[in-house]
Design a protein around this ligand. Sequence first.
Ligand SMILES: CC(C)(COP(=O)(O)OP(=O)(O)OC[C@H]1O[C@@H](n2cnc3c(N)ncnc32)[C@H](O)[C@@H]1OP(=O)(O)O)[C@@H](O)C(=O)NCCC(=O)NCCS
Length: 201
Amino acid sequence: MDTPAEPLPCPAPAPLAARLCWRALTAADVPAVVEVEKTAHAHPWRARHFEDSLAAGYWMRLLALRPDAGADPPHWVHSPTTPEGHWLLGYLVAMPGVDEGHLLDVTVAPTHQRQGWGRWLLHALAHWGRAQRYAHLWLEVRRSNAPARALYQRCGWVEVGVRKNYYPDTAQRREDAIVMRLDMGEHCAPTTVRSNPTACP
Ligand SMILES: CC(C)(COP(=O)(O)OP(=O)(O)OC[C@H]1O[C@@H](n2cnc3c(N)ncnc32)[C@H](O)[C@@H]1OP(=O)(O)O)[C@@H](O)C(=O)NCCC(=O)NCCS
């Protein structure tokens, strides 16, 4: 059975909004999500990480786009789809706490990157954090992950510390984590999702 869609937590341009599906990520989505992980991350989560997060009751949400045969570019043909056959745009995993939440994963499928979906997802996360009445959200990001660090800064997150050698890198080396915090008063400027995804490279 399809997982019910939820109201969109952030706006999107009219032609796209009608095709967007925002809903809980479920066990049935894990194969497609893992497919995206492998292409988007140098150190991807495995199925087990998503299954453990589901079992732990973490906040896991997925954003997908209903296909429009007349509008979608042919290069999307190899993009992962959800069990309903929607293009998987991206997803979030966040760990709820008592007074604050912790972002564990945010990913936009490579075919759909640089179109504003990363900002959209972080808007949705901040919306969730405010609804939980959190004072802050936290995350760690690899020092070398310049796109993600730029995205977070753009969305009001501030770098507040470093965890030395936090992440495994190669067999011989580890990588620092930059610790970032979002104060719930802060938020992105209005999102700029492109209204015509076919125009994207
Ligand atoms: C990080 C990530 C989520 C960004 O998603 P996205 O949809 O491409 O980002 P957006 O289009 O919303 O970009 C928003 C801002 O982020 C920054 N940004 C995003 N990608 C960038 C890149 N490749 N280089 C530099 N800045 C980048 C820019 O400031 C951008 O604003 P601009 O487009 O006005 O310049 C995406 O690159 C991704 O999924 N990466 C792999 C997974 C990952 O590293 N996740 C984070 C750690 S868990």
